[in-house]
Ligand binder design. Sequence first.
Ligand SMILES: Cc1cc2nc3c(=O)[nH]c(=O)nc-3n(C[C@H](O)[C@H](O)[C@H](O)COP(=O)(O)OP(=O)(O)OC[C@H]3O[C@@H](n4cnc5c(N)ncnc54)[C@H](O)[C@@H]3O)c2cc1C
Length: 366
Amino acid sequence: MVGAGVFGAATASELAGRGWDVVLVERYHPGHVRASSGGLSRVLRFGHGDDVWHTRSARRSLAAWGELEQEVGEELVVRTGMMWFAHREDGWEALTERTLRDEGIPVEHLTPADAAGAFPSLATDDLAFVLHEPEAGAIRADRATRALVRQAEQRGARVVVGHAQRDGDGVTVDGERLAGDAVVWACGPWLPGLFPGLVDLRITRQEAVYFGASADWRAGRVPTWVDYDGAAYGTGDIDGHGFKCAPDVEGEELDPDTEDRRPSESHVEHAREHIAHRFPALADAPVVQTRVCQYSLTADTRFILAPVPDAAGVFVAGGGSGHGFKHGPTVGRVMADLVEGRAEPDPAFGLGPREVGTKLRTAGAR
Ligand SMILES: Cc1cc2nc3c(=O)[nH]c(=O)nc-3n(C[C@H](O)[C@H](O)[C@H](O)COP(=O)(O)OP(=O)(O)OC[C@H]3O[C@@H](n4cnc5c(N)ncnc54)[C@H](O)[C@@H]3O)c2cc1C
């Protein structure tokens, strides 16, 4: 396994649990700040429009996250419930509601007036309805990534800190060749550099802004929220980090190693405008911290979970497309099944060209 982000750590843990002798190579540190899995929190929701695969994957993953919590004795999922702010009666949220009901996943259709009490201050004048997923929430991403690595180690995996490079169908780490039956490259935004011409991803700069707010805005007192058409999402204050707002418009392309992680004025202002509009009481709340991270975007926001052509036993897991974290445990199982030859690769997650499709994250435009 190369890469100890959520995809690599979950795959390493799954394979070690199935009895494989696993070496997990990580260049920096599991869940480090430049990795996509290194954030303080990620939204954990089941709703994905009419996409049944992702809906089921998120649901299955929640159960796996719960098992991990038991195993490592740490609360990783923040069970806040989640609200979708629907601007239209017949948009993404209506599709989501239908799919969740078909799958037997709890969901409530609220009028804007019903939803207003969920936050100390919520503007609903531009909303058609609010969809509530009571069992959704958020996940402490960096901590969950490290917990997966610990779980992999407890199952016998060995973690090596080093810079892996492709060497035919194998791997060298800082000049030393590692032999193995299979190699899975789960290197997030570093994948296009490792597989030029084969892995097609846009690596974009994304920023989250945290606002200082009273304890009435802590996670659990308020739900996690997503504005699909408004391209923004956030959480209540988790662990004192502040009330989070992340504009979800796709940013400029970046290099994950060299990008300066200071926030841009325009993003901070965008986040402030968004919360001033939606949560008016926070209009003047101070910015208490910011995070700059990157998406690894496929054209259709579906992941890449695939064998590498003409390279026996070599696989790629990536293309999280700004919504992959919650699916980590499912990705681990899919990759382990591919490595073991138990499942055929799904062309939807293949390496070929993709059609631009409905985004599985938010509409991604302001
Ligand atoms: C701002 C932001 C918000 C997001 N919000 C959400 C959300 O709300 N909900 C959600 O579910 N998902 C969300 N996501 C997406 C999610 O975080 C990613 O899909 C997921 O973390 C991707 O994990 P990964 O393992 O593919 O990549 P990464 O976490 O980037 O891990 C790749 C690892 O590979 C290592 N590596 C790379 N090259 C080498 C090498 N040559 N040798 C050794 N190691 C190497 C890196 O150091 C790194 O640790 C968000 C992402 C961002 C950036």
